[in-house]
Design a protein around this ligand. Sequence first.
Ligand code: APR
Length: 262
Amino acid sequence: MENDDIEHAARLILASQYVVGLTGAGVSVESSIRPFRGPDGLWTEYGEPPMDGYQHFLADPKTSWEQRIKREGYARELYETLMKAKPNPAHYALAGLEEMGILRSLITQNVDNLHRAAGNRKIAEIHGNFSKLRCIQCNSRYEPEEISLEILPPRCPRCNGIVKSDTVMFGEPIPVDVLEICQDEASKCDCMLLVGTSAFVYPAAGFPLQVKGKEGILIEVNLYETEITSSCNISFRGKAGEVLPRLVEGIKVKLQESGSSP
Ligand code: APR
């Protein structure tokens, strides 16, 4: 990761009108949350979950809830790491870019709540948030303490619909309210910062292609090459927690050079 690349990326970002971040599991690896794919991936070890997970939930939500409460196998490991996890320098760098007014919004595939914990506010959690519950009928979100689990499946206090974890299961449609925000942000975006995602899972993987399609800028930060690397203007090979703070510093230097304060 050369200084020239940092400088080049900083120039591209500052020359853009609407910068949006797209993050994946890799941004939280330095917070001790395993990625899904690659050498240390959860799915690599346990296999990808069945694509009809949501259909199973709809067929028998009571049993699905009982399993969720029991939390066995990788679900327990994942839940325990999510509960303990803290933001790392990559999360704080992205929060800093939002505070500087450079990052307009963040689309994250992560359910770990760490971008919010680091201070980002304009976030679209396209795969939901593990610390929340959601009604599958009216999309209302709830804190766990707002929903009684005495009777399973729990029901929505607003519309009596079935309530489930806010995290999006395999086979479950992305909640329309979040999807619309993501599509809106991608349509305004002329520079996308891709951090720690294999750019493999749709619809999220479609957003950088949409930006590229209108000759927007793609800047990637990843340990390894990904599906999208060949379409990127710059692709940094390194840890997000090391690259992003350097990129923020590079942007601050450029701003000072141009006489505008960071
Ligand atoms: N810094 C930067 N990148 C990293 C780091 C790191 N410290 N560690 C790993 N990576 C990269 C890997 O090289 C990989 O390309 O992060 C990426 C993680 O990819 P995945 O595990 O496939 O995660 P993600 O892209 O978020 O997956 C998308 O798939 O299984 C579903 O719902 C799940 O949201 C998830 C979606």
